[in-house]
Design a protein around this ligand. Structure first.
Ligand SMILES: [Zn+2]
Length: 297
């Protein structure tokens, strides 16, 4: 497994529910365990301003690169400051690099990304630019014929679903809490969960969805959004998955892909546990699961 990471992801955004320090904490954890080493670690490159037009309009791009507070940037619920905007621009390069490094049949874990609420012409829900879309579009440009986005964040991947609604080469799947932000878009497959869903019910619903994605769509690349926010002690959600349940979720998704030699690029998405150490543990488990599966396949 390869890793993509930049220290710039831990942008200072003041007091905020989004813990940008989780990126450096995950990096340190995986490095101490020897899963991440100097040999499997890669630095993302910032896409140039023209490349950003793959996923956003010119007007919105100009707002972003100039850190302007406008009707397009304002809905981000983030400060409109260069450090967080630049971190998310860099993340587009990071997720795209993770997809490249996962090909032809491995896994790459991006210690970042998953900003799936961003739209072509505006920000939303802590997200300025949709790195998942950027990575999928870039993969298609590079000749990958079919990409599946498996989005297991607590929140629906509305920006991703909307962007790819008419793109048959990208299958969008989202499993999320139904009665919650955002206003829902239509993915190729949506599973909206009731409040209070816990491990067994979650995994029972996820398994047949994965069978369908891998059996019928049969992707050449998976982008897995391994959100930590379906967790029972998350501050934004009302699902009730345990740390162990989320680890089993990771295992189910990654085993489906890796047992078929289908490459997986992991991006992180949300995670707002009362104790940031829980968020770090849930995300680190995703890497540990892949590390274990790689010995098996
Ligand atoms: Zn989320």
């Amino acid at each position: 497994m390869n890793f993509v990471y930049s220290r710039a992801y831990t942008a200072d955004i003041g007091r905020h529910v989004f813990p940008t320090e989780k990126y450096s904490l995950i990096y340190t954890t995986l490095k101490q365990e020897g899963i991440l080493t100097q040999d499997n670690l890669f630095e993302p490159q910032r896409p140039d301003n023209d490349a950003l037009l793959k996923v956003i309009t010119e007007e919105y791009r100009d707002d972003l690169v100039n850190a302007r507070m406008t009707a397009r940037t304002y809905p981000s619920e983030m400060p409109v400051t260069p450090n967080i905007i630049n971190a998310q621009i860099l993340c587009c390069g990071g997720s795209s690099l993770a997809a490249e490094l996962a090909l032809p049949h491995g896994a790459c874990y991006h210690i970042g990304g998953g900003f799936h609420h961003a739209f072509r012409d505006h920000a939303e829900g802590f997200c300025y630019l949709n790195d998942v879309v950027y990575a999928a579009v870039t993969a298609l440009e590079q000749g990958v014929d079919k990409v599946a986005v498996i989005d297991c964040d607590l929140h629906q991947g509305n920006g991703t679903a909307h962007f790819f609604q008419d793109e048959r080469r990208v299958f969008t799947f989202s499993m999320h809490q139904e009665r919650l932000y955002p206003k829902k878009e239509r993915s190729d497959l949506d599973i909206g969960l009731d409040i209070g869903v816990s491990d067994d019910e979650y995994l029972e619903k996820l398994a047949p969805a994965l069978d369908r994605i891998f059996g019928e769509f049969n992707p050449a690349l998976v982008i897995y959004l391994a959100g930590a926010d379906p967790y029972i002690f998350d501050q934004l959600g009302s699902l009730r998955l345990s740390v162990e349940g989320l680890r089993r979720r990771d295992e189910l998704v990654c085993e489906h892909a890796l047992s078929r030699q289908i490459p997986v690029a992991v991006v992180l998405g949300g995670g707002y546990a009362e104790d940031v150490a829980d968020t770090v543990e849930i995300h680190s488990n995703t890497a540990r699961v892949i590390h274990g599966l790689e010995k098996k396949y």
